[in-house]
Each structure stands twice: as C-alpha cells, then as structure tokens.
Design a protein. Structure first.
Length: 353
C-alpha cells in the first residue's frame, strides 16, 4: 500500500511506518503474539495485546498476582481493595494486623492482664465485705465498686483476647483473612464484652460520684450515718440490675436482625462471585443491583431486599443455594471489634469489578 512502508530491523521484527502529513511514523506496537495495536494503547492499564506485552514493561501500574488487573500506582495501598487476592492492600508496604504496632500489642497484653488480675481480686474482696457493711452509704459505695470492678474486668478480658488472637491466630496473615474475622461470632462477642464492660463502669462510676457528693454534703451536718435498711438493700439490688441490663442492652442491640438497616456495615460475597471484592456496603450493593435489574424506586435499598435480590441473582448463576454472602456486623467495622459511636467511612472498603 502506498501509504505504508514495511521494514525488517536487525532482530527480524516487522516495523510499520504509516505516512501522515508528509512523514512516515511508527504508530504501531507489535505484541509478542504478533498482534499490532496503536501505541496510544500501550501502558493504558488494559491488556490490549491479549498476552499483556503492551503493559508488562510499563512502570505506571501495579499488577495483581492473578495477572488480570493492572492498577494505577495511586490505587496501591489506598485503603480500597481492588485485587481479588487483596494484594494491592496486603503487601510488604501496607499490610495490617488486628493490633498494629508492637507497642500497642505490648500495652494490650500488659494493661489487659493487670485489669483481669486486679479487678478479679477487687470483686472477691468487695463480695466478702458487702455483708459487713452496716451503713447505707458504705453499702452503696461498696456495691458500686463491685460493679466498676466487674466492668473493668470485662474490658481486661477483651484486651487479652484481642492481643492473643492477634499474636497467636492471625499474626501477619490477618490482612488477607480480615473478613473471615470481621464477620465472625468471636468478633461480635468480644465487641459486646468490651461495650458491656465500659458502659457498666461508666454507669457505676457516675452513681458512685453522686453517692460521694451526697456523703460530703451530709458530713457537714454532723448527723449520724443511716444504717442500711432493707429498702436500701432492695434499691441497690434493683439499681445494680438496671445498670447491668442497660449496659448489656446497649452492647447487644446493634446485633439484632430487626435493626440491621441501622447497624450492619456490609456484606462479603463468596469467592466465586467475581463481581464484588471485599466488603460491599448498601450503596455499592444498590448500585450493582440497579445495573442488573434496572432503575430502583429507592436510592438505597434495605438489607432485607438486598438479600432477596442477591439470592435470586447469584443462587442460579453460581449454583449457590446458601452461604454466598456473610454480614459484616456492627462490631466488624475494624479488627479490634469496637463500638463506633460515630460513622467511620472507609474503615474496610472494597470495589466492584
């Protein structure tokens, strides 16, 4: 063709020169499989050759180990999972553990162990001394100290358990197995334990402070302290039950199925479902389902409706009757399974392929 010149260079590779504006230019890249593509498609993060030779020598990307995805360098270690094996976020540069940093692990072991031992001793001593309390104020103080010790004991158990799981179970493998932990019952139990303990301590310390202020006020009146009556003992029993029940309610409420629209963080799908990677929140699920089923009436669907629609979609296509997704519960917002009082966007993120 009069518009093209074909030459053979020293390595026997065929070079195409195309005439443009009175000059001949080499605008084609020869793939190793002998396919020719425009140079503008080289290093564009897409395997245009089919054998990835147009991308392999480029330095503007991160290649997922499965060889199917070329990511821009700014998507590596950006907190969003893009590779199916999590390698863009779980690598030598930006991998993570449940408890990041050796000093944090040390303090978790140290403080947790001391909290367990000393608060257990405090509870035993308080129980022994309760029967010797003859004055109402003394009995009230001792009861609140017992409840504070119980709450701090629970927090200590939580710290030791988190440190033990990080040290002996996951270690450096946590990053790639994080969603098996964040969706687990163990994480939910530890989150409840920590929340229950902290709330019980707060309630009891508040009550103890009020009792002491009352004691300071009555001390200036030179009145004789009142003996602990039956009504006082009944009141303290009811108050203790109320504190324990309220703290337990606060801890367990986010895990109730009826309230999942308020507290569930997202879903993780079966590995065979290639559409999603990592945790998928409500908006991402709604976006994917809208693309499949068409326009939705609601901007964000409920979890109940998402479960039904994803079941219909994936149970037939992937032959998965059940277990095709797991819920990232309220305490699964981070590896330490804490109660988050304010929304934290991006604590565990994912992408849609």
């Amino acid at each position: 063709h009069h518009q093209r010149v074909f030459t053979l260079v020293g390595n026997s590779a065929l070079t195409f020169l195309v005439r443009k504006e009175r000059a001949y230019r080499n605008d084609f890249f020869l793939c190793e499989n002998n396919l020719c593509i425009d140079y503008i498609r080289v290093c564009d993060l897409v395997d245009d050759c089919g054998d990835a030779t147009d991308e392999n020598s480029c330095e503007n990307h991160f290649l997922c180990p499965d060889g199917t995805q070329f990511l821009p360098l700014n998507q590596k270690c950006d907190g969003t999972i893009d590779c199916k094996d999590f390698s863009d976020e779980c690598n030598g540069e930006c991998s993570k553990r449940i408890v990041s940093g050796g000093h944090y692990r040390f303090f978790a072991w140290f403080i947790g162990s001391f909290a367990v031992v000393f608060n257990l001793e405090s509870m035993i001593c308080s129980l022994k001394k309760l029967k010797d309390c003859e004055k109402s104020l003394q009995l009230s103080n001792r009861t609140m100290i017992l409840l504070i010790s119980l709450g701090d004991f629970c927090v200590g158990v939580y710290l030791v358990a988190i440190a033990a799981i990080d040290t002996f179970v996951f270690r450096e493998t946590y990053c790639t197995h994080q969603f098996s932990w964040l969706t687990s019952l163990k994480c939910a139990i530890l989150g409840c334990l920590n929340t229950f303990g902290s709330q019980l301590s707060v309630f009891s310390m508040t009550s103890l402070s009020i009792c002491r202020l009352h004691g300071i006020g009555t001390a200036n009146t030179y009145s004789t302290p009142k003996a602990a009556s039956v009504s006082t003992k009944v009141f303290l029993c009811l108050q203790s039950f109320f504190f324990i029940f309220t703290a337990l309610t606060i801890a367990v409420t986010p895990l109730l199925n009826d309230l999942e629209d308020y507290f569930v963080n997202g879903l993780t799908y079966h590995d065979s479902i290639a559409l999603f990677i990592g945790m998928v929140d409500k908006r991402m699920n709604t976006k994917a389902l809208s693309a499949t089923y068409g326009r939705m009436k609601d901007e964000v669907l409920s979890w109940e409706l998402i479960n039904k629609m994803t079941y219909q979609l994936f149970s037939h296509e992937y032959n998965l009757a059940s277990g095709f997704h797991r819920r990232v519960h309220f305490y699964g917002n981070d590896g330490v399974c804490l109660f988050i009082f304010t929304a934290m966007m991006g604590s565990v993120c994912s992408s849609i392929l």
